[in-house]
Design a protein around this ligand. Sequence first.
Ligand code: HEC
Ligand code: HEC
Length: 591
Amino acid sequence: MIALRVSLICLATFCGVQLARAAALQIEITPRVSGQEIQPASLRYQTSAGETFSITRVSYLVSNFALQRTDGSWLEISNAVAWLDLAANRNSIWLENIPPDEFCAVRFLVGLNTNLNHADIATFPASHPLNPNLNGLHWSWQGGFIFLALEGLWRNAGGELDGWAYHLARDTNATRITLAAPIIVTNETKLDLDFDLEALLNAPRALSFGKDGSSTHSRDGDPVSAALVANLAGAFRIHKITALTDTEITVAHPKPLYLPAKFTPYPFQMSATFPVPDLPLDNPLTVERVQLGKELFFDQRVSINNAQSCADCHLPAKAFTDGRKTARGAEGGFGPRNSMPLFNLAWKLEFFWDGRAQSLREQVLQPIQNPIEMHQSLTNLCDKLRATNKMNYAGLFTAAFGSPEITAEKISLALENYLLTLTSFNAKFDHVLRGEEKFTADEQRGFELFSTEYDPRRGQFGADCFHCHGGPLFQSQSFANNGLDSEFLDAGRAKVTGKISDQGKFAVPSLRNVALTAPYMHDGRFLTLAEVVEHYATGVVRSATLDPNLAKHPDGGVPLSAADKQALVAFLDTLTDQDFKQITVPAYLSK
Ligand code: HEC
Ligand code: HEC
């Protein structure tokens, strides 16, 4: 459970001259059905129309908290915002520095006020609940945040598994919740609330996926979003109020590791439209460390037989992929997966197709030791680098870390530093956003298809791509099954979590530079972008873990004409960053 503590500024204006010791209130909200905590991805729930459904996503924003004093006046806690998410186990917010008092009600907004909803997303720090890279709720072209995202699967009248996705957005739909509660805030107090999803889908307006539609994007006059808004107020209830003792949370600020007395800070470059990334505080970017990381990345000695560098599988000219279906190791054997592109990694939270590495420094040591990749022990690698006289590694390590010792940890920190600097944000798409270039008619049509939902009931016939590949990074921090198979040769994300509900899910790749990264998918099964688009139009295979955003489409996929398919490919081609391809490489790679 991640608790967010928010300080109440201007305390003095609230308590006047009376200097009472400030207290804190923790509000924990648990999504439930019939009083029970939700079993994610379990097909165990029923709509009032008798449809069986599961819940795979409950993600929402709450803000504008206030407590009502017994004299009727309100204490506004206006700077408190939380992103709450079932899968991420985020369910609580701390309201801090509250003057101890007796209150009789609490109120908050599900959603955001207009100012926050339209704030410049690039101003939110990496850990801020409104940073889109953290919450995955901002689809830049839809106007503000999706403040409530509910998704799951359901069994339709034909007995088939279909997807449902209810997404609430827009200022006018933000809903105020007021709950009467005798809250005595002394020291630390905890307020437990229930978020009853059964009530949300049923009362006062009952929703049926079959009759009312299995998706909403909150467009004007959409009856599903109107029903959700009407039901929201009754869906929250007080569960319990408790006094807490001694729950102080201390946040450890990691210290920079092996920082030499003299170093040159490396200027991290990104687009002004990107959210703020969470760069590792204990491995600050320095010119010296980046240089060492780059040398290591391009050095073939890193492999057992001095035949392969990282760059052999991650060629800069191909956005750091290798053009192969699956990767070929230093000794000629082939691995099971397609090499991943390397850019904008600073925004990723988990690495590899299945997300098995939690950080880059953990990730980079895996290909070195992997027997079907570089196949070299870390001890051997350190010995080899010490012995080499072609390169002055001792000097490079001293400049980067303050001493000449070569260790696996320092190798991993230097590679992490280098990989973090690989940012890509200068494609035709970015020029068009800045008004410096124009899309062709085909590209424009492709962009519309890409960023519009498929919702025939509301007259929307887009291709729904933005759900997963949305935002300025064209990726999301999530794992999804995009309908490649019904049986999974590679279990994907389930290999890491051990959950059946994660079978066949893979990291959603960024589509920036995608024209350079063929072949496609975790196993390189598609050779061209046209084949990929064909997959989403006619090849989507149903299975128990198929993403709801695809499962809600007709069988096979989202209907697209030949011209539309071509337009989508034309749009994807505008995501290529010509500058990013131009990284100078050692001679052995340009053969
Ligand atoms: C034999 C080819 C090969 C070599 C050599 C190789 N990689 Fe990779 N790389 C891959 C493949 C394949 C994947 C995906 C593997 C998976 O998901 O299991 C990958 C994934 C990655 C990722 C994860 C990217 C993401 O978005 O999650 C990073 C980072 C990476 N490699 C860095 C490196 C570094 C640094 C080196 C050198 C130390 C290296 N690779 C050497 C083939 C290779
Ligand atoms: C439900 C989420 C989801 C939706 C919606 C979605 N994708 Fe994907 N996409 C993925 C995932 C997950 C992968 C990687 C799957 C794998 O490798 O097994 C992927 C892979 C891709 C790739 C290959 C990238 C690479 O580097 O291999 C392309 C291109 C792509 N999608 C384009 C699209 C387009 C175009 C649309 C809209 C028609 C779309 N996607 C809709 C989740 C989604």
